[in-house]
Write a protein that binds this ligand. Structure first.
Ligand code: C5P
Length: 235
């Protein structure tokens, strides 16, 4: 595995391998990790993961598993076979689902980090009530993050806006992986409640998932280096 110290995970959200590799060719594993999500993995599968891994990148396989405990544990085991650095599941699958997945990974000599999505940041308060969760989004995020830590997982994916609250509730070594990050000079795109890299780090974020501010930049390497510098100045 690669030993990048960077806190940046570049989200590879492309419709095809050619476009993704055109960017990857310009990046260096010492400068960032990469995230492969449902779209690219469904189109290109394990061979694409292997292409990225063989170039020395640590990979976050963002497939957000949510199913019965045995199925999720088996899926996590299969993901671990791909040699990825981090995988994830939905905390709302429950304690037993999370514990079973964690136990299955712990049986391996080498395992990826396992983190959970609490509440999708795309859900409004009203939508959360509609699916039967009481309280406001922050209460639910907080409750599910605590459950995730009790289940022995390594961390959660959350909005940088939630990071400060979660850092207070949870131990220092619990990972907070935050998308929704925008350097000051970048466009917000469809993200609504964004924070700058500096703000996210100061709020307690462990890793920043950044897509378009890097993938859409005229000079992606320069954009990435500026973010790395901003993070280093705020650690
Ligand atoms: O381009 P951008 O920086 O907005 O990309 C962010 C990445 O993080 C995308 O892959 C998106 O799917 C993911 N993500 C997110 N918000 C969440 C969870 C994941 O933006 N709450």
């Amino acid at each position: 595995m690669n030993s990048s110290d960077s806190r940046v995970i570049v989200a590879l959200d492309y419709p095809d391998q050619e476009k993704a590799l055109a960017l990857v060719e310009r990046l260096d594993p010492s400068l960032c990790r990469l995230k492969v999500g449902k779209e690219m993995f469904t189109r290109l599968g394990p061979p694409f993961v292997e292409v990225l891994r063989s170039r020395g990148f640590d990979l976050f396989l963002d497939l957000k598993f949510h199913d019965i405990p045995n199925t999720v544990a088996a899926a996590c085991d299969a993901a671990a076979d791909l040699g990825v650095w981090m995988i994830n599941l939905h905390a709302s699958g429950g304690r037993r689902m999370m514990e079973t997945a964690r136990e299955r990974l712990e049986a391996r000599t080498q395992r990826p980090l396992l983190v959970a999505v609490t509440i999708l940041t795309s859900l409004s308060g009203e939508e959360i009530h509609e699916i039967g969760f009481a309280g406001d989004p922050a209460d639910n995020v907080s409750r599910l993050a605590r459950l995730t830590q009790q289940a022995g997982l390594d961390g959660v994916v959350c909005s940088p806006r939630e990071a400060e609250m979660l850092r207070r509730d949870l131990t220092d070594d619990f990972l907070l992986v935050t998308p929704g990050v925008r350097p000051k000079q970048a466009a917000q795109d469809d993200q609504r409640r964004v924070m700058t890299p500096a703000e996210a780090i100061r709020a307690g974020s462990s890793y920043l998932v950044v897509g378009r501010p890097i993938t859409g930049a005229a000079d992606p390497v320069e954009a990435l280096q500026l973010i790395n510098q901003e993070i280093a100045a705020n650690l």
